[in-house]
Design a binder for this molecule. Structure first.
Ligand SMILES: *Cc1c(COP(=O)(O)O)cnc(C)c1O
Length: 419
């Protein structure tokens, strides 16, 4: 459920008509609903209630806007981060360092130092050498890094290849058959407290079976590690729950997921760590755009909108579907292609789509744009960086400015030797 509904013929975010935001902020612009974010945070927490001891770290790569993070911090969420920049964001938004989990296959030494200095709660180690270096840096600072070993369980998550992370040929985690040996060696290093294992098999998952299979393998590994004399206190189950991008789609709910997890992890006696991203923010945001032209096409018209692949990369990157809806629908429909202004054929949001009829100057939204939307934006084609707005009841705020093409130009130099 979300709070983007038609009232008096105009699509609203909560109680704010999107026409008002378009007038006052301009388009394209991302619009988030605070009430939807809070509801999703609560539904996820209630969904996993049956599992017992748990900790939720929002995967902030899905939406790192500081206002979004502040809403989730107020809900008691920590953060799953994948860079030094994300560590700074999580802390600056009010998340407690001890509630931050540091994931990622390419943490640099500088990032490991930064994370130790701010005192983050858990490192998810991706390879043995990373663990050795982390132990050295921690020991040299007189600290102990709490860590898990990320394992690649070799399951096919049944999702798009570019967001599948748990097959043995993917770059993430250590092969599950090598995990006991690596864990054992790392556990003996001063500066490192190896407390468990972690996994994350992919994103936009619609089938719980691959997750359950992966959790089964991890359960076995936990038993093996305990058999070797290791204390296993936490298991990080990652994120990955899918969201409906089309009205008729029906992914597993957080409650379905929680029941599966409770069953799959029964008797583990650990704190379970969760890293949801998309499921919290996906349907809490839309990308508001304006139709520039209706361009006649050979087979059907092109609706040319002022949002483009640099603002919302998912269709170009993953062939992703985003529902398109008029802000002031007339009830008429049309069949059209939808594309942005960028000079790439890939800058196409939909082909042959049955949509609300729109004309030049009309406002429309791409729905379910709260996850992996603004955060992937670029300034390709020297377009401005897209701004973000958060709505709260009948008020809204610009929570990220539009960065003008001129401002970006100011950061570039022509060296003297080219004068
Ligand atoms: C991306 C990512 C997540 C979040 O995935 P979602 O599909 O958005 O829930 C969680 N954990 C790790 C390690 C990730 O890389």
């Amino acid at each position: 459920m979300d709070h983007f509904q038609i009232k008096n013929g105009i699509l609203h975010a909560e109680d704010v008509p999107l026409t008002r935001i378009a007038d006052e902020v301009g388009t394209p612009v991302y619009v988030y609903s605070r009430a939807t974010l809070e509801r999703h945070a609560q539904v996820f927490r209630e969904g996993i209630a049956p599992v017992g001891r748990s900790h939720i770290a929002f995967a902030i790569k899905a939406n790192p806007n500081r206002a979004v993070l502040r809403v989730l911090a107020k809900q008691g969420y920590g953060a799953d981060v994948v860079s030094g920049g994300e560590i700074s964001r999580a802390i600056s938004a009010g998340m407690k360092p001890e509630d931050v989990v540091f994931s990622g296959v390419g943490k640099t030494r500088a990032e490991l130092e930064q994370a130790l200095d701010v005192g983050i709660g858990q490192f998810n180690i991706e390879l043995e050498e990373e663990g050795v270096v982390l132990a050295q840096i921690a020991a040299s600072k007189g600290k102990t890094a709490v860590a898990t070993l990320r394992v690649n369980p070799d399951v096919d998550a049944g999702t798009h290849a570019k967001i599948s992370t748990g097959k043995k040929e993917n770059k993430f985690g250590v092969a599950i058959d090598l995990a006991p040996g690596i864990f054992d060696r790392l556990a003996n290093l001063p500066g490192l407290s190896m407390q468990g294992v972690a996994l994350h098999i992919g994103s936009q998952l619609f089938d719980l079976d691959p997750l359950e299979a992966a959790y089964g393998r991890i359960g076995q590994l936990v038993g093996d590690l305990r058999g070797m004399g290791h204390k296993i206190e936490r298991v990080d189950l990652g994120g990955g729950l899918g969201v409906p991008y089309k009205a008729e789609e029906n992914p597993p709910s957080p409650a379905d997921y929680g029941q599966m997890v409770a069953r799959a992890t029964e008797g583990w006696d650990v704190t379970l760590m969760f890293e949801p991203g998309r499921v919290i923010v996906g349907n809490a945001g839309v990308l508001l755009t304006k139709v520039i032209w209706i361009k006649p096409g050979v087979i059907r018209p092109y609706v040319i909108v002022d949002a483009a692949m640099n603002d919302l990369a998912r269709p170009a990157m993953y062939d992703a579907w985003h529902d398109f809806a008029a802000v002031q629908p007339t009830g008429e429909r049309m069949n059209a292609n939808i594309a942005g202004p960028v000079c790439e054929s890939g800058d196409t949001f939909a082909m042959g789509r049955d949509i609300d009829a729109v004309a030049s100057g009309d406002l429309a939204v791409f729905r379910t744009a709260g996850a992996y939307g603004a955060t992937m934006a670029s300034t390709y084609n020297s377009r401005p960086l897209v701004p973000e707005v958060m709505v709260d009841g009948d008020q809204y705020a610009v929570v990220a400015d539009r960065i003008a093409a001129e401002t970006i130009l100011d950061a570039e130099r022509i060296p003297d030797w080219l004068a």
